[in-house]
Design a protein around this ligand. Structure first.
Ligand code: FEO
Ligand code: CA
Ligand code: CA
Length: 647
């Protein structure tokens, strides 16, 4: 969820005055070879106007709007597939509005649905009609979800909140143009704030993860605050713990270990959005400060095996993980790209030590436990350099209070500071484009840029309320160096995701291209409906086009959050078009396509949230629109009416 930002002044939607601006910006955007952003202000020849920009996207654009309903490009249909509280496990009861019941909620679809992954059935197939949906449940929204309890906040509510978050595995099937949840599926599963999980990698068994309940640091209860994620080449899901700090209460005691106090403060634990610590000592930082070190990880889960134990992969570092998207390099080693969703935090990459095995999927089980975590520095000359978070290397030594690799991964942010990583404007999703291997990183916004951090070439706007998208390009290597198992960019080369140095550029600066104060660099032919602010989740369709979900457009621009799409190459590069608009108060998250591109699943999170809206008087009752039913987080399945591929 995003927090309100001040509204900037907007110019009116007059098309007349901006021809030169248009031409300049188009030239700038098409000059992809230029390494860095803000070249949009360079004067260019008017001759550029002779070439009309074209998008490969053919859908009719949806008008900008802010409404209690879902809006969709004409010619498409959206079906509400799953809602918070819908029965999921075989013995779950029906949804009861406002119910506070942890055992029923743990058998039902959770709240705050964010990341979505569609995993075809059977495993390894390209089936677009039958599969598993993995869904993160990032948060719950007590003022909207629950009827007010006469006793105020109770242990029952705390338990119901823990049961509502985590994740869901749902078997889904399509017949004609309708998707349905397979009832009684043996593959259906809920992960909650109490589900047992294993710990692997450098922090497994570390005294810094030891608690009264688990002195050996080998078993953690729950996954919390799961925002985005990714799918591995071997078909498991990586779910990212972002908002776990908000689940803890209190402060460490005065005699607490200073290292833990430092770690707790750096990740912002103890925000007390959920007062679980009043009833569960492990969520009270005064009683159990090391419980905080057990969250903020990437968790790997095998959605095809409902009996499998989810595993916290500590080699990938601990921070406010937004997502974890993978790419296979030419030598078969796997890179995982990860953003740390806080103002001024960093972009990370993990590269496995070994190549993955496409012929024996189970042989990849421990692949994410050995490898190198590194952090990005965006050099002003357009180079991106990766700096390894390895104990004993450079400043990561006892002189700086790092005594093991466990310390390095637990305090990855502090390690990133010492390595000179570039503070970014809240890194959200980082996605790899199939085919090119380029990487796109959504930086959602940072209103404090210019105050707490200087502007720089990668974060060029002060008070950046609109956010931007960066484009990272790994070097190409000759495929003669190894087997061709990675995405090819040509007949003889492939992107090297393990390289120490990439190139980078600004793909777009979000905002209204007509507003001088916004300083946006979206394609100049972007319409008054197509521009947006606050990019969050990213996805690529089967044609390699970029889809951008927003979280904060409503706060910044008083236009609904939603889903926008554009080309990344050619004349339509960064020509953004508006496709879907979520109901008031909601953010759009987790866009994900079936392999054939004919269905797009989208998460609609926290409809009706925001000032003055509450359980009895919400700003919308989407998606049920019944007088006694509150707004509910939901997943929609979007298809073209003619059944063709989207876009
Ligand atoms: Fe949950 Fe990073 O947005
Ligand atoms: Ca967000
Ligand atoms: Ca997000």
């Amino acid at each position: 969820m995003n927090h309100p930002e001040p509204e900037p002044p907007l110019r009116s939607f007059s098309a007349a005055p901006w021809l030169e601006e248009v031409i300049e910006r188009r030239a700038a955007l098409q000059g992809a070879a230029a390494a860095i952003g803000l070249f949009a202000l360079r004067p260019v020849s008017l001759a550029a106007a002779a070439v009309p920009a074209r998008s490969t996207l053919r859908f009719t654009e949806l008008g900008a709007r802010l409404a209690p309903t879902l809006g969709l490009s004409p010619g498409h249909r959206a079906q509400v597939l799953l809602r918070q509280g819908d029965p999921l496990l075989p013995d779950a009861g029906p949804y009861v509005p406002g119910r506070i019941d942890a055992s029923e909620q743990a058998k039902a679809f959770g709240s705050g649905n964010d990341y979505l992954a569609y995993l075809p059935l059977p495993r390894g197939s390209q089936n677009s009609d039958h599969g598993l949906l993995f869904c993160n449940h990032e948060n719950c929204y007590p003022g909207l979800q629950f009827a007010q309890h006469p006793e105020g906040y109770t242990s029952a509510q705390a338990a119901a909140e823990r049961a509502a978050i985590g994740g869901s595995v749902v078997e889904v099937r399509r017949e004609d143009d309708r998707w349905s949840v397979v009832p009684g599926s043996p593959l259906a599963r809920r992960l909650t704030g109490d589900t047992p999980m294993a710990i692997r990698g450098p922090a497994a068994g570390s005294p810094r993860l030891a608690t009264n309940a688990d002195p050996a640091a080998e078993r953690i209860l729950g996954t919390l605050g799961n925002c985005a994620g990714g799918v591995t080449p071997w078909g498991t899901v990586l779910t990212a713990e972002e908002n776990a700090p908000d689940c803890f209460t209190g402060k460490p005691a005065e005699d607490a270990d200073p290292a833990e106090v430092r770690s707790i403060e750096r990740l912002g634990f103890g925000y007390t959005e959920h007062a679980w610590g009043r009833f569960e000592p492990r969520f009270d930082l005064a009683q159990e400060p090391r419980e905080a070190n057990r969250f903020g990880w990437i968790v790997e889960i095998d959605p095809y095996d409902p009996t499998s134990t989810p595993i916290k992969r500590t080699a990938l570092g601990r921070f406010r993980h937004e997502g974890a998207n993978t790419a296979v390099g030419p030598d078969g080693r796997v890179a995982v790209y990860m953003g740390d969703d806080t103002k001024g935090e960093y972009l990370y990459r993990f590269v496995t030590s070994r190549a993955w095995n496409p012929d024996n999927l189970t042989a990849n089980r421990e692949l994410l436990d050995e490898g190198t975590l590194s952090v990005a520095r965006f050099e002003p000359d357009g180079r991106l350099t990766w700096h390894d978070l390895v104990f004993g290397k450079g400043p990561l030594t006892p002189a700086n209070d790092f005594t093991s690799q466990a310390d390095v991964v637990i305090e990855a942010r502090r390690a990133g500071d010492l390595l000179g990583a570039t503070p970014l404007d809240r890194p959200e999703d980082v996605e790899v484009q199939p085919g090119t291997g380029r990487i796109y990183a959504a930086l959602t916004n940072n209103s404090e840029r210019g105050e707490r951090w200087c502007t720089d070439t990668a974060n060029p706007r002060p008070a950046n309320v609109h956010g931007h998208v960066l484009e990272l390009t790994p070097p190409s290597v000759s495929l003669s160096v190894g087997p061709s198992v990675g995405p090819s960019v040509g007949p003889e080369t492939a992107p090297d995701h393990a390289a120490a140095e990439f190139r980078w550029s600004v793909f777009l600066l979000a905002g209204n291209p007509l507003s001088e104060t916004h300083g946006a660099t979206v394609h100049p032919e972007t319409t008054r409906h197509g521009w947006f602010s606050c990019p969050d989740n990213l996805a690529f369709d089967s044609a390699g086009r970029l889809w951008i979900a927003t979280d904060g457009n409503e706060n910044v621009n008083q236009r609904g959050d939603g889903l926008f799409a554009c080309d990344t190459d050619g004349e339509g590069r960064a020509l953004v078009r508006h496709f879907l608009s979520v109901p008031i108060g909601a953010e759009a998250c987790g866009p994900c396509f079936t392999p054939d591109g004919t269905t797009l699943f989208v998460s609609i999170q926290h409809p009706g949230s925001g000032g003055g809206s509450n359980y009895s008087n919400p700003s919308t009752r989407w998606p049920d629109f019944q007088a006694d039913v509150p707004p509910r987080d939901a997943v929609v399945a979007v298809r073209r009416i003619d059944g063709e591929a989207l876009g």
